[in-house]
Design a protein around this ligand. Structure first.
Ligand code: PSU
Ligand code: MN
Length: 294
């Protein structure tokens, strides 16, 4: 079912450390043409740190783990690449369509392929308002064994409710060199994290202990705060107006997150985009260090 890139199949055969990377960021989270450059830079960072990048996507119904240069270009630039969560995988395979994979779908495929470390920007979670919009990322992470490195959950969400759901779903959350839960564009969201870790080795040790206590079915979330956050006043204004515009335009379902990210990037004239790119780069580097430690 899986098509591996040359680099990834060689890495799997020689047991090199691998880092899974998601593709929804590329197709639906970042604007063209910067999306492709960022995707390439992130892969380079993983290689420079000593691991092998495995960007995951669906092309013409086939699951790809690791993309060749022309395939990465398709995900970045082809119109009609949809955003796919885990529930969409069989449908895409049967209809031979192309799609970028979300956190939930990428983690699912990474685990299938035997890759245990995954880097993204910010997780999906419980949305604000009372529309019962909760990302499939949460349930997905509760049933998928991967270490996922992120900058918390996106600040467009209801962070408090998301943290409660992660507790209910028994998904452990670690703070990398912090006790404050990061707020994606912001260094801290205002919520605490109980468990702080200082190194990739410590994370690897926790990962390895899970089998002994029979809790290895879920993901381990590693939160890595961005070093230079978006101006807080600007952030709060963007959030308020972005949410109002999404409501006025009746944006619903899986379009909500891409709409709000695009709103932030457009209205901040790229300031939020720069922070988002920094987040992805820094998370990929840490993920590579964890993969090496494992
Ligand atoms: N992180 C980013 N940009 C993104 C995402 C994460 O910096 O675009 C994507 C991930 O693929 C995540 C998705 O799974 O946003 C969440 O979408 P939703 O809220 O519809 O579940
Ligand atoms: Mn949703």
């Amino acid at each position: 079912m899986i098509k591996f890139s040359r680099e990834v199949s060689e890495a799997l055969a020689s047991k090199k450390p691998l880092v899974a990377l998601e593709s929804t960021i590329i197709s639906h989270g970042l604007p063209r043409p910067r999306n492709l450059t960022v995707a390439q830079e992130v892969e380079s960072i993983v290689r420079a740190t000593g691991a092998v990048p495995a960007t995951i996507a669906i092309l013409d119904g086939e699951i790809h783990v690791g993309l060749e240069a022309d395939e990465l270009d398709r995900i970045a630039n082809e119109d009609g690449v949809v955003k796919a969560s885990t529930r969409d995988l069989a449908i895409l395979a049967a209809t031979k369509k192309s799609a970028a994979t979300t956190v939930a779908a990428t983690a699912h495929i990474a685990a299938m392929a035997g890759i245990s470390v995954f880097a993204t920007g910010g997780l999906g979670g419980v949305h604000r308002g009372d529309g019962f919009d909760e990302s499939a990322d949460l349930r997905g992470l509760s049933i998928t064994p991967v270490v996922i490195v992120c900058a918390g959950v996106k600040s467009i969400l209801n962070v408090e409710a998301t943290l409660e759901r992660l507790e209910t779903l028994a998904v452990p959350v670690l703070g990398f060199k912090t006790n404050k839960f990061p707020g994606f564009y912001l260094t801290e969201s205002g919520f605490e994290i109980e468990h702080r870790v200082e190194s990739a080795l410590e994370i690897a040790a926790i990962w390895k202990q899970r089998a002994a206590v029979n809790t290895s079915e879920s993901a381990v979330i590693v939160t890595n705060p961005v070093k230079v956050e978006l101006d807080r006043t600007l952030h709060d204004t963007l959030l308020k107006n972005g949410l109002a515009e999404a409501e006025a335009k009746h944006v619903t379902g899986k379009a909500v997150t891409p709409f709000l990210l695009e709103y932030f990037h457009r209205v901040s004239e790229g300031k939020s985009l720069d922070v988002n790119v920094e987040i992805i780069k820094s998370n990929s580097k840490l993920a590579a260090e964890i993969a090496i430690a494992l």
